[in-house]
Write a protein that binds this ligand. Sequence first.
Ligand code: GRF
Length: 222
Amino acid sequence: MPTDTRATRLAVLISGGGSNLRALLDVIAADAGFGGEVVVVGSDRTDAAGLEHARTAGVATVVEELPRGADAATRAAWEQRLTEGLAAHQPEVVVLAGFMRILSGGFLARWPDRVVNTHPSLLPAFRGAHAVREALAHGVKLTGCTVHLVDEEVDHGPILAQEAVPVLPGDTEVALHERIKAVEHRLLPACVRALCHDHVTVVGRRAEVRLAPDTAEQELHP
Ligand code: GRF
């Protein structure tokens, strides 16, 4: 958080149901010391159900659809429109909360070490769009979630926090994903809060994160 105690301006990008967006909005509303406010929610899909959470909270939305199979030039133009739409709201931190598109180095360079993603596995295991399905298929007994800074490789940047979630007998993909999301709903806001308070230091791949004591069960980067 800047020294003048002004709230850090947050953009959140979503593609789907937006339960992580909802959780972040709820945590911010309940925590006077959070140090951040969501100023814009962006999406690549007009039908993203989570946009409703933004509208209910009175947060501006920016929607830029990207057609399936778009070529490189179309993708670049799409990203430019999305970037400009977000930038108009002057965000300082960008939160990817179930955003299913890959962002270029140009986008990331605009918010260095300030684009954060939540992923439903214990990275580096099960990167990509089907992490929960692949963890189940592999037969792991523990999976979890990872909140990390975004770099140019998919699900790869410096890890801010991780937490394990058990795989239970008879689990379906939906049941396991819901159990993981319940943890994400706590861990992602905790990491965003740390970014708002400048409690994140990055050296190479290693991030040191000072999480508020009551917002995370464990800190894996003491
Ligand atoms: C989360 O599990 C996130 O890790 C993954 O997509 C899911 C988004 O869920 N990338 P929601 O839209 O926030 O409910």
